[in-house]
Design a protein around this ligand. Structure first.
Ligand code: PRP
Length: 179
């Protein structure tokens, strides 16, 4: 995959502006209450770290690692909990932070996991991107930044075979460029 073939979908400025707006909504909702922000590695790392900088309540960050993609461009249809160790979240406000909801299998897995293991005060699911068209489950994020088409997206946490997570923007590649 040649980086020069990437077409820009969201610039750094568009991403940062939208993230600030999402944080404003969350600041209103939580109204100063403590929040446990759960970043789902690896994809959400950029979004989560930028988002929490604009949240103004007492906040703890937790990191879990799930994986559903086969290494490059196709989802395996199965969610692997690589590392899902979390503190006691009973009675806490939990904000799950993802980069993208695609089929929704990862989101469903996580929400079921939370329900089975904790009686939280609240559990909210936030995703920077929402690929509603690819959904095979009924989950919807409580907050999302942008709805996206069924394109292969790269950058700002989203990878191609492990690469390009460090891009400050999100781009997409035509299928032919991925072969
Ligand atoms: C991506 C993304 C979500 C998940 C969404 O993770 O970060 O966690 O896929 O897809 P779904 O809605 O179809 O379940 P991935 O498995 O690529 O791992 P990564 O975050 O380490 O890149």
């Amino acid at each position: 995959m040649n980086i020069n073939n990437l077409k820009i979908l969201f610039t750094e400025e568009q991403l940062q502006e939208r993230i600030k707006k999402l944080a404003e909504e969350m600041n209103k909702f939580y109204n100063g209450e403590e929040v446990y922000a759960v970043c789902v590695l690896k994809g959400a790392v950029m979004f989560a770290t930028d988002l929490v900088k604009h949240l103004d309540m007492p906040l703890k960050m937790e990191f879990i690692r799930l994986s559903s993609y086969n290494g490059n461009t196709s989802t395996s249809g199965k969610v692997n909990a690589v590392d899902i160790s979390l503190p006691d979240l009973n009675g806490k406000n939990v904000l799950i932070i993802e980069d993208i909801v695609d089929t929704g299998l990862t989101a469903k897995f996580l929400l079921d996991f939370m329900n089975c293991n904790f009686h939280t005060k609240s559990t909210k699911f936030c995703s920077l991107l929402d690929k509603k068209i690819a959904r095979v489950t009924e989950v919807e994020p409580d907050y999302y930044g942008f709805e996206v088409d069924d394109k292969f997206l790269i950058g700002y946490g989203l990878d191609y075979d492990g690469y390009y997570r460090n891009l400050r923007y999100i781009g997409y590649a035509e299928k032919s460029a991925l072969e």
